[in-house]
Design a protein around this ligand. Sequence first.
Ligand code: ATP
Ligand code: MG
Length: 537
Amino acid sequence: MIASALLIQNINRIGIFSSLTETEIKELLNYASYEEYKENQMIFNENDSGASLYIVINGKVKIFRVLSDNTIHEISNFTDNEVFGEMSFLDNQARSANAEALCETSLVKLSADNFEQFSRAFPDAAFRFHKNLITEIQARLRKTNDRYSYHIIWGKTMKTALAKNYEELLQSNIELSASRNFLYNVINSSSDIIIVINDGFEVMLFNSGAERALNYKASDFINKSAQKLFYDARAFETLISDVLARKSLSDYEIDLKASDNRKIIVSLSAFTLSPIVNGSKFGEGLVMVARDITQKKILENQLRQNEKMIFLGKAVSEIVHDIKHPLTIVQLSKDSLQIKLEDFLLPHPQLQRDVEIDFGKIDESVERIQQIITNTLEYAKVVPGKKTRIDLMEVAAKSIQLSRINLKDNEKITLDLKSSAGAPIYIEGNASQLEQVLVNLITNAIQAIKKDCIGRIEVALSASEGRACVSVTDNGCGISEDDMQYIFEPFYSTKASDKGTGLGLSICQAIVSQHDGFINVKSCAGGTEFVINFPLA
Ligand SMILES: Nc1ncnc2c1ncn2[C@@H]1O[C@H](COP(=O)(O)OP(=O)(O)OP(=O)(O)O)[C@@H](O)[C@H]1O
Ligand SMILES: [Mg+2]
């Protein structure tokens, strides 16, 4: 190759050629070839054999490798007056990378064979060039090695650190999900109602306990306002302001509302989840844990009511007992006065009639008071009577017979007895107490039918599945919804004070429960049905 003076000077400046004279370079270039490459043209490929080194005269060369995932790893670029490919030149091994011209590029190619020929002609120059080349390559290798070993060490450290991190991450993830599952199970298997709401009162958590107690699905409330869960909107507002004032509450009694509008009385604890930042009300949420105490409340009320009734019963029976004596005196004094006045009044027929009316009123009132006394004492001392095997049909027939006395002035009311059982219905009981029950029910039925209305009262008996049934049905005024809850309470009466003491049904209930039975009532504006249920003997 004929080399210009400028090219020779430029090559002389390259490290590995710097030990040669310009003449020696010119001689060396005589053994080299000149090559031109177009943009993107390959100069050599990985694994190619070829022991040549290249000097870039002008242009740009990229040395790169194609990795297993087909991505390109660029090793280095060479431009004007730089040398590449010297490794193969020295060790005669296959190419370990690709070389590609990045633009129009001209190169000087010096093969190991050509250099051998030069060495024979110029051994001294060849030795100097070789020495320089090896020093240069050693330096370059050290650099590469350092970088390589740095990468390895760094990579290893990173890998160990990452692996350690990964394991720790994995472990803490397992622990986290285990504790999350644990918490989830604790929250969900709790029979308590657990609800968490955010600052906007939207439900964030609604556990199974809440689902069961309130008969809702969690999805009905998640991300929706919790307000609907409270029976009274104002009570909810008060709860919130109490929580905000005190940060936590316990044993707070409030009413929740089930999906069927049932009132659920709960004892509630509430606390806010920290951190409370940036003016948030409840921080990460307001946790409300509530326990359904509706049944407990009912029982407590019943107990209180029972205690009240026991006290009242005692007090009333004492008072009533005390009234009996002066009442007898009133009756006897009236009778004696009536006898004493008889002769005196004979000449005064008008006065006699007036006095008779007054005496009649005294008699009526005394009788009424005596009736009240009898009922009250009866109620106060409903003690289990002697029980025998009795036929309900006989009891019912006797009760109807007794009740007919009350009907004598009301011919528009029919009172019938029927039985759907083909045979006698036996129960274990006290006949006179059971008659008292039926007479009370029939009396109520008669009183429920308005004067001059056509009334129908039916006493019906039946037996099935080991139980005996007696029902008393009327077509009277019915019992209002408001009254219904009180009718079995002693002294509850909607009747005029001279008609009802309000003890009839409470006496009935006491007797029936002593016979292991129970009473049900159904009523509407068109009439009422009382059904008593006993175990068959
Ligand atoms: N068959 C019925 N129809 C309509 N209302 C009834 C009937 N039976 C009971 N009631 C209602 O229940 C209330 C309580 O009845 P209960 O028999 O206990 O007392 P009372 O009849 O008012 O008084 P008492 O029976 O002591 O004379 C009655 O006042 C009435 O309002
Ligand atoms: Mg009554």
